[in-house]
Design a protein around this ligand. Structure first.
Ligand code: PEP
Length: 251
């Protein structure tokens, strides 16, 4: 098995107009986005309106592009939705699916997330499947059970290193400045890999990202934990210097 190359993924969420994207991407490329500057893979996931624009801005750089969601169907009467093939056509190679904000704001179930992941893969995108426990589940000591259930329900059994990334994002750590302890992150990631192995038969090559309040000051210690193969970064990905510092913290 080839070593897992770390992935630092930026989720811009519903932020950014064209001018913001030009500045953010320009600064990022200048800092760490030229080929060979950092060892990890760099990914940005702008809002759907900017995917095409950002594809142009990233041309010739080492930074790749993703969408934040896709519909489970390839096309059809789904007003306001975007298919995986449309993302691919606009220049994306990744799609986040099942982010907790989608699961909460849009009531997405594990089954719907699974269908979206399959649609992304069918269109030739790498699906970044997000899972993670709520604060109540964390406090009740249910984290590992929740993760096992979400993996069984929302990760395709056909998942391979080339088609799938799994992001562990405790819901209570997203945008709050709070994170689990390093031991808790390591335990969750080990558990995810074990559950993925049960589901797919071979999980050693699948990259597992930690997400939830990753910033320059905590990135190095988190990225060195066993089974952590990168980070999904929200707030700090909107600041080129912070995102670049996280990228430089990759071991
Ligand atoms: C996210 O939304 O995926 C995320 C991890 O956000 P933040 O880094 O702001 O906690």
């Amino acid at each position: 098995m080839a070593a897992r190359r770390q992935l630092i993924a930026g989720n811009w969420k519903m932020n950014g107009l064209k001018a913001d994207a030009g500045k953010l991407v320009g600064d990022l490329i200048q800092d760490v986005g030229k080929p060979g500057v950092v060892g990890c893979e760099l990914l940005v996931c702008p809002p759907a309106t900017l995917v095409s624009t950002v594809a142009g801005l990233l041309s010739g750089s080492a930074v790749v592009l993703g969408g934040q969601d896709c519909h489970a169907k390839a096309s059809g009467a789904h007003t306001g939705d975007i298919s995986a093939a449309m993302l691919r056509d606009a220049g994306a190679t990744y799609a986040i699916v099942g982010h907790s904000e989608r699961r909460t704001d849009h009531g997405e179930s594990d089954g719907q997330v699974l269908a979206k992941a399959q649609a992304a893969q069918a269109a030739g995108l790498v699906a970044i499947v997000c899972i993670g426990e709520t604060e109540a589940q964390y406090v009740a000591g249910q984290t590992l059970d929740v993760l096992a259930r979400q993996i069984a329900g929302s990760v395709p059994a056909s998942a391979k290193a080339a088609t799938t990334v799994v992001a562990y994002e405790p819901v209570w750590a997203i945008g709050t400045g709070r994170t689990p302890t390093n031991d808790e992150i390591a335990a969750a990631h080990a558990h995810i890999r074990k559950e993925l192995a049960k589901l797919t038969g071979e999980a050693a090559g699948i990259r597992l990202l930690y997400g939830g309040s990753v910033k320059p000051s905590n990135a190095a210690e988190i990225l060195r934990l066993p089974d952590v193969d990168g980070a999904l970064v929200g707030g700090a990905s909107l600041n080129a210097a912070d995102f670049a510092a996280i990228a430089r913290a990759c071991p």
